[in-house]
Design a binder for this molecule. Structure first.
Ligand SMILES: C[S@@+](CC[C@H](N)C(=O)[O-])C[C@H]1O[C@@H](n2cnc3c(N)ncnc32)[C@H](O)[C@@H]1O
Length: 301
């Protein structure tokens, strides 16, 4: 599949999966309402959908990622190790995972490094699932999960030694504000790893959510926001996993509706659909950008 066959944009559902209408409405603390609703439903239903979990594990991120840290992104174990290496985390450090969802990758990073974890996500259901998982993996003493967004994490200035975000930055309605918040929360010299999709503005024009603040290359934005971009790379083999997961989710749509319920299945399909819509600019990247020790730019200028 090339990614162009038989697909429609999220506003134009056809005979294929019904994903409902997405709108660009943003909540007061800075998250697209439609995205939030979809993820809430998905996290609520995750525990009862063996099919979704199997599909995602098989197609999206591969069976090597430890099952107890299963997640709903595309992060493979190799990519996780790459990211962890880049974050230079040590025991006693504080790691912030923004858009942590059900907590899998952040808890895995905390377990591997000995760091304490603060997970932030707007989804109440995601936060609840993350807290439960922390208990299951014995990390409840070293982790905390709070509701918040990229733009309003609710965390104190300079409180994090490192920050990560997996498969979510493309959803920030205001990337500039989001990077300002990450800069504020990181201590000088703290390190940031983003794994996210680039979105080509020309191709995302008119699309809900993705069309609002599309960024085709995060490197200049990171640089302007005061970070020093150390690594900016396309993640290997991502396309096959994205399209594979999409196809499998669409094929299993009826089963997903039965297991997860209509709303959560629509959320899962919408997520897969939105991601495939990003075929418009097919690049999933990992960016590592430390915050310089002394430099603080005026983010407003
Ligand atoms: C694809 S999931 C990834 C979750 C997790 N990082 C993982 O890898 O499993 C995207 C996450 O982004 C969160 N999200 C969406 N918009 C956000 C925003 N504006 N600020 C912070 N998180 C957001 C969603 O609630 C969801 O949990």
């Amino acid at each position: 599949m090339t990614g162009d066959e038989g697909l429609t944009t999220p506003t134009e559902p056809s005979d294929g999966p019904t994903i409902g209408r997405l709108s660009d409405e943003v909540t007061e603390d800075g998250v697209f309402q439609a995205v939030l609703d979809g993820y809430d439903a998905v996290y609520d239903a995750l525990a009862r959908s063996a099919t979704f979990n199997r599909i995602w594990r098989t197609h999206a991120y591969g069976g090597e990622f430890p099952a107890e840290f299963a997640h709903i992104g595309f992060l493979t174990l190799d990519e996780g190790r790459w990211m962890l290496d880049a974050l230079h985390l040590g025991e006693g450090d504080t790691l912030v995972d923004v858009a942590c969802g059900a907590g899998g990758p952040g808890l895995w990073a905390a377990q591997q490094s000995g760091a304490a974890l603060v997970g932030v996500d707007p989804s109440a259901a995601g936060i609840a699932a993350a807290r439960q998982r922390a208990g299951h993996v014995g990390l409840e003493e070293r982790s905390r999960f709070d509701q918040g967004t990229f733009e309003q994490t609710g965390l104190p200035d300079r409180s994090a030694d490192a920050a990560m975000s997996i498969e979510a930055f493309q959803y920030a309605p205001d990337k500039w504000a989001a990077l300002g918040e990450l800069f504020r929360v990181l201590r000088p010299g703290g390190r940031l790893a983003l794994v996210c999709f680039e979105v080509d503005p020309a191709k995302a024009e008119g699309l809900p959510v993705l069309g609002v603040d599309p960024v085709p290359d995060y490197a200049p934005l990171l640089d302007s926001a005061g970070f020093t971009v150390e690594t900016y790379e396309e993640t290997p083999g991502w396309e096959e996993r994205v399209y594979g997961a999409f196809e499998a989710v669409v094929d299993a749509a009826d089963t997903l509706r039965e297991e997860m319920g209509e709303r959560a299945a629509a959320g899962a399909i919408a997520e897969a659909m939105l991601t495939v819509t990003m075929k418009a600019q097919p690049r999933r990247v990992l960016a590592v950008a430390p915050r310089p020790a002394r430099q603080r730019r005026d983010l407003g200028s």
